[in-house]
Design a binder for this molecule. Structure first.
Ligand code: IVH
Length: 715
């Protein structure tokens, strides 16, 4: 349990040992993160500003005495670094989403291939705007009547923070748009960054003044923007490159390159390296050229971005969940570093799968301190890849080895090589456990692949009996992207579980009612405030979005994106739940309907069937749904003529590909199904339509030609 923060006089920082300081630093970091979240994201602070400032001061003082504790994810390095600079929220008129990543040439070829197939066009007709990917903070600037009215950070994509006063101090951001015929509403989006030179100079000044030094230019740009006092932002040289837009009451250009020129006319700075490319080869050459020039640029970039140039085509291509089909970020190769592997621990996941985790001598890779790496599975440690291929020229990984660690973007760091010359003489081969490390010591089996062969993943056979799996599921349940319950971290979950107080998710919601007996406030180090905060945090989550709820169930292969696709597809918990029970019963119509949803395939359906096929799981779900209210999913474009309708496409379509037809229908709020039933509203039939057309006639469903459908949806 967390140590008590009771009113005992704190030890002077000068008297703390390094170990004591580290413990306190970690505790304060967690505490500050919790306070920031409650204040910024939930508008529900649990401490006064003065209490908050005192915590932050002590935290900063510890970091000042032990600068080696500062890591890239320390609260002092994050957005929110300002002592008490707290900002209003702004809801984005058009969400600020992000780009998918490509790392290899093949990924870029696939990206272009997908676009070509989707648009049914020869690839030599598609132009791309190729732009450096600036490593800063994205910003949305709203102009009304040509005047800057709001500047907002990206935040969670739907809502950001109002940093208008600070943004006004940037020389690259015009207060008033230049030129004639400016649309009444213009949202100009781009990246705020700090030059490398300015970053180094700022850190020198910070160091001299005894203030926090920043880990990289991106963090210092974020910290500089999050100042309560705009004069501080003004003293920090920040730049802005315009490259995108949000809401526009009229479009001043028809292409991305045209928009970039228009931004320049309006008085913005755009990136001078941006280039119009006409083929995949030109895109790859651009990536290569920019990578070669990366070091000489005075601002950080972490890749290049490719965007379909024609905006009407971008619109047709649209988005798949939260990333566009029309654009991609082609990242530069990962950064690498060498360090020693101190240990290998086995983590048991919520579905019982084993992941060996390498514990490293901490090492900096690309601005982040890495201490843990995934070693994937038993074969990977031995030097064998997923398809049986030889990895690292067959070199196995042993405790004590000097290893090369790689980190690419947000991907979990990997061990990519072992330096055999540095291997200690006594380093023994690693033996993968045959029993689960949980108290039940259940047997471990290697999973079968889809083709029935032995796979590389090891799994504990304990299922519902394995306490490790239960705990992992509870942890996923309370995690940020699921129920997001503050104050329930690993330690608390483990403790409550060991006490038998929380054995499954529904128990979390009955804690408060049981507290007269449990008396959480009597637990050492907990105290009344923490208990009150915990109960408030739990209460705040009794209303939950459908996609979060589905994700929180922790079904295999149902991650966030899949959960969102399911939520959008079914709209309500009742509809989804009913479908799941039918799917588990092998109901063919229900299976076909689920299969017809965008992004849902066999693997997910099998996993849902097996989850809801278990009475144990159905019990967990039933007890949980008694405690919470599950909110219907936002179905896109409710006011479109086909919103809420079920459509079946059959035969060959001539003006759009099947994928495009499906994506457009779903964007407009329709449900696309693979089979015709009496619940179907429209069957869109092209040449060659067969049995589905007959089914439509049988059930009296309206049949449309492709043109009639396009007219109906107004495309
Ligand atoms: S376009 C739908 N263009 O990279 C998002 N983004 O993951 C369209 N970025 O959040 C973004 N340089 O912060 C775009 N030339 C560029 C960019 C760029 C940097 C950042 C941006 C965005 C992230 C994409």
């Amino acid at each position: 349990m967390p140590k008590s923060a009771k009113a005992k006089k704190p030890t002077d920082i000068a008297d703390l040992t390094k170990a004591q300081a580290k413990v306190e630093w970690m505790r304060l970091a967690l505490e500050l993160e919790g306070h920031d979240k409650r204040y910024y994201q939930e508008d529900a602070p649990s401490v006064t500003d003065a209490e908050y400032d005192a915590l932050r001061q002590r935290f900063n003082a510890i970091e000042k005495r032990f600068p080696e504790f500062v890591s890239a994810d320390s609260p002092s390095q994050k957005v929110g670094a300002a002592p008490s600079g707290r900002f209003k929220k702004v809801r984005h008129a058009v969400p600020m989403l992000s780009l998918d990543n490509a790392f290899a040439e093949e990924d870029v070829r696939d990206f272009v291939g997908r676009i070509v197939r989707f648009l049914k066009l020869p690839d030599d007709q598609i132009d791309f705007s190729a732009e450096p990917k600036i490593d800063g903070l994205s910003m949305s600037l709203r102009y009304e009547g040509g005047e800057l009215v709001t500047a907002a950070t990206r935040g969670d994509g739907a809502e950001g923070e109002d940093v208008t006063a600070n943004i006004r101090t940037l020389k690259d951001v015009p207060q008033k748009l230049k030129g004639r015929n400016i649309p009444d509403i213009c949202e100009v989006r781009g990246e705020v960054y700090m030059t490398k030179q300015a970053f180094l100079a700022l850190n020198e000044r910070q160091k001299a003044a005894g203030d926090t030094v920043f880990a990289n230019p991106r963090n210092s740009a974020a910290g500089s923007l999050r100042q309560k006092d705009p004069t501080i932002t003004a003293s920090r040289p920040l730049g802005f490159f315009a490259y995108a837009w949000g809401e526009m009451s009229a479009m001043p250009a028809q292409t991305q390159s045209g928009m970039i020129k228009w931004f320049e006319h309006c008085g913005f700075t755009t990136n001078p390296l941006t280039k119009l490319c006409h083929s995949v080869e030109e895109l790859l050459a651009f990536h290569h050229q920019i990578e070669e020039r990366r070091a000489e640029l005075d601002y950080d970039i972490d890749g290049v971005v490719y965007k379909v140039d024609r905006i009407d085509w971008e619109e047709r291509l649209g988005f798949v969940s939260r990333t566009p089909r029309w654009g991609i970020a082609h990242k530069f190769p990962a950064e690498r570093a060498m360090t020693v592997l101190k240990d290998i621990e086995i983590q048991v996941g919520r579905t019982g799968s084993f992941t060996p985790v390498g514990k490293l001598e901490p090492v900096g890779v690309g601005g982040v301190i890495v201490q843990n790496v995934t070693l994937h599975n038993e074969d990977y440690i031995k030097g064998i890849g997923n398809k049986g291929e030889v990895l690292r020229e067959g070199r196995d990984i042993r405790i004590g080895d000097t290893v090369v660690v790689q980190r690419a973007g947000d991907v979990i760091p990997q061990v990519v090589d072992v330096i055999i010359d540095k291997r200690p003489k006594n380093a023994a081969e690693f033996h993968f456990p045959k029993k689960c490390p949980c108290p039940l010591h259940t047997d471990v089996v290697r999973e079968e692949t889809a083709t029935g062969e032995e796979g590389s993943r090891a799994r504990c056979t304990g299922e519902f009996a394995c306490p490790f799996q239960k705990i992992q599921h509870l942890l996923l349940f309370v995690s940020r992207r699921a129920f997001d319950i503050d104050g329930l971290g690993e330690k608390q979950i483990q403790y409550f579980f060991d006490q038998g107080w929380v054995k499954e998710p529904g128990d979390i919601f009955t804690l408060a009612a049981r507290n007269a007996k449990l008396k959480l406030e009597d637990i050492e180090g907990y105290g009344e405030t923490s208990v009150r905060n915990l109960f408030n945090a739990v209460e705040a989550r009794r209303n939950i979005a459908l996609e979060r709820f589905i994700y929180a169930l922790g079904m295999r292969h149902v991650g966030e994106t899949t959960a969102l696709a399911l939520a959008r597809g079914y709209g309500s918990w009742d509809a989804f739940h009913e479908a799941c029970l039918k799917v588990a019963d092998g109901d063919e119509e229900a299976i076909a309907e689920m299969d017809a949803l965008d992004q849902i395939g066999d693997t997910v359906i099998k996993s849902i069937a097996s989850y809801f096929g278990e009475s144990h799981n159905r019990g967990i779900v039933e007890r949980l749904t008694r405690e919470v209210t599950i909110l219907d999913a936002e179905r896109p474009k409710r006011n479109s003529p086909v919103a809420g309708k079920t459509v079946v496409f059959t035969g060959s379509l001539e003006k759009m590909t099947r994928d495009e037809a499906k994506a457009t229908a779903e964007r407009l709020g329709a449900k696309v199904s693979g089979s015709v039933s009496k619940k179907t509203d429209y069957v869109v039939a092209g040449p060659g339509a067969g049995s589905k057309l007959k089914d439509a006639q049988k059930h009296g469903v309206q049949v449309l030609t492709e043109d009639e459908w396009l007219k109906l949806v107004g495309e």
